[in-house]
Design a protein around this ligand. Structure first.
Ligand SMILES: *Cc1c(COP(=O)(O)O)cnc(C)c1O
Length: 374
C-alpha cells in the first residue's frame, strides 16, 4: 500500500535527541533551539525566529503580538486549515473570508480591498502548497490601510516570491510576522512543531516574552536584566530541546529532502500532463512570481463525481489520495458567523481538489502508472 504521507527520517534524529537528553538540558531554548533559529535567520532572512510547539501556536503568538481585540476584523482565505482562523477567534476577532483565485487555491488579492473596513486589523495570506500569494499587492494594501500582514507559511518552507523590485524573497520574510509548521505532514518535520518568524523589529522583544509565559526570562539568561518576572501576557509556546534536536537533524538535510521531493513533483507534472488534459483535470500552476517547494502535488478534478471515482480507483490499487479543506465559511463552527457572501472558487476546491502521495521515499512511477489507467 502507498500511504498518502510517510515521515522521512534522515538518520541523525535519535543521535541528536540522545545528545540533548544526556547533556541534561531538555527544556526549551537550549543549544538545538539556537541552532535551528540561527539556521532560519541566516538562510531565509527572518529578522528573528522563535521555535514553537506548532504552527497553530505561532499563529496564536502572532494574534497576541498584534494586539487583536474583540470585534477586530481579520481577512484570510476560507480555503485553509482551521488554525489560521482559530488563532484570531481566540482573541475575539471576526474573520472575513476572501475567495480563492479561479486558477489557484490561494486568496484572490483583487478581492481584498473591498473587504477592508475601519475594524480591519490584519490580512493573513496562506501560501497554499508552498506557492506564494501575490505579496506586493497585499503589502501595498497593508501600508495604505495601516494593517498587519501575518503569513501562514505552514506549507511554505524554502519557497520564494519575486515582486516588482525583482528581488527574490523567502516566504515568511515579507509580512510583519509569519508562521511555519514542522508537523509530520510537512516537508521538514519534528512530529509536532512550528516557528514564528518576526520581520518587523518592533515585535522581537515582546515576542520573546510571550513565548516564555509572559516573563522576561530570555533577557535574564542573556544577562540583560538582573531578575526576571511576569511582565506581559504569555503562554508556554516553546518546544523542548528534544523536539529541536529532531528538527536540527532535518534542517541539516534540507537540501537533500527538497531535491528529492522536487524530483517526484516534476515527474508527476511531466508524466500526467497529457492524461490530465484528456480527462479535463487541471494540474497545479506556479505563477511567475512564485516558486514550487514541492510541498504538495494536487489535481483539480472536473467534478465532485470525478474526484470520488479517481480516489476510489487509486484506493482499489492500494494508493491513498485525499481531498483537502472544507471551506471554513461553511464549517459547522463558523457558518452562522459568516456574513453570507458566496465564495465560489473556495467551494469549488472543496469539491474537486485531490492530493496525491508525496514523500521522500515515494515510488512515484507506481502512482503515475495507476493514474494513467484511469
Ligand atoms: C499544517 C498547517 C497549519 C497547522 O500547523 P500545525 O503545526 O499542525 O499547528 C496551519 N496552517 C496551514 C495552512 C497548514 O497547512
Amino acid at each position: 500500500m502507498i500511504q498518502f504521507n510517510k515521515p522521512y527520517l534522515t538518520g541523525k534524529e535519535t543521535e541528536y535527541i540522545m545528545d540533548a537528553v544526556t547533556s541534561g538540558k531538555i527544556s526549551g531554548n537550549g543549544k538545538y533551539t539556537q541552532k535551528c533559529q540561527t539556521f532560519f535567520e541566516t538562510n531565509y532572512g527572518f529578522k528573528k525566529s522563535l521555535l514553537t510547539t506548532s504552527c497553530t501556536d505561532a499563529l496564536e503568538m502572532a494574534a497576541i503580538l498584534i494586539d487583536i481585540q474583540p470585534r477586530d476584523e481579520v481577512i484570510m482565505p476560507s480555503y485553509t486549515f482551521v488554525s489560521t482562523a482559530n488563532a484570531f477567534i481566540l482573541r475575539g476577532a471576526k474573520i472575513i473570508f476572501a475567495d480563492s483565485m479561479p486558477n489557484h487555491p490561494n486568496m484572490d488579492v483583487t478581492k481584498i480591498e473591498a473587504l477592508i473596513t475601519n475594524k480591519t486589523k490584519a490580512i493573513v495570506p496562506v501560501h497554499y502548497a508552498g506557492v506564494a500569494c501575490e505579496m506586493d499587492i497585499i503589502m501595498e494594501l497593508a501600508a495604505k490601510y495601516n494593517l498587519y500582514v501575518i503569513e501562514d507559511a505552514a506549507q511554505a518552507i524554502d519557497s520564494y516570491y519575486t515582486g516588482k523590485d525583482g528581488i527574490k524573497k523567502a516566504l515568511g520574510s515579507i509580512g510583519h510576522l509569519a508562521a511555519f509548521s514542522f508537523h509530520e505532514t510537512k516537508n521538514i518535520i519534528s512530529g509536532e512543531g512550528g516557528m514564528l518568524a518576526i520581520n518587523d523589529e518592533q515585535f522581537i522583544e515582546r515576542a520573546e516574552i510571550i513565548w516564555e509565559k509572559g516573563t522576561n526570562r530570555s533577557a535574564f539568561f542573556r544577562g540583560e536584566v538582573d531578575k526576571y518576572g511576569w511582565v506581559d501576557l504569555g503562554s508556554s509556546f516553546l518546544p523542548s530541546e528534544i523536539i529541536a534536536a529532531f528538527l536540527w537533524a532535518q534542517l541539516e538535510n534540507l537540501e537533500g529532502i527538497q531535491t528529492k521531493r522536487k524530483l517526484h513533483w516534476k515527474n508527476y507534472d511531466l508524466r500526467l500532463k497529457e492524461w490530465a488534459d484528456k480527462n479535463k483535470i487541471k494540474l497545479p500552476i506556479t505563477p511567475s512570481y512564485a516558486t514550487n517547494n514541492a510541498h504538495m502535488f494536487y489535481l483539480i478534478c472536473d467534478s465532485f463525481e470525478q474526484r470520488i471515482k479517481l480516489i476510489n480507483h487509486l484506493k482499489q490499487n492500494e494508493i491513498m489520495a485525499v481531498f483537502h479543506y472544507i471551506s471554513l465559511h461553511k464549517s459547522k463552527f463558523y457558518k452562522e458567523k459568516h456574513d453570507g457572501r458566496i465564495l465560489k472558487w473556495t467551494d469549488s476546491y472543496t469539491d474537486t481538489l485531490v492530493r496525491l502521495p508525496l514523500f521522500y521515499e515515494l515510488n512515484v512511477e507506481n502512482v503515475i502508472n495507476t493514474l494513467l489507467e484511469f
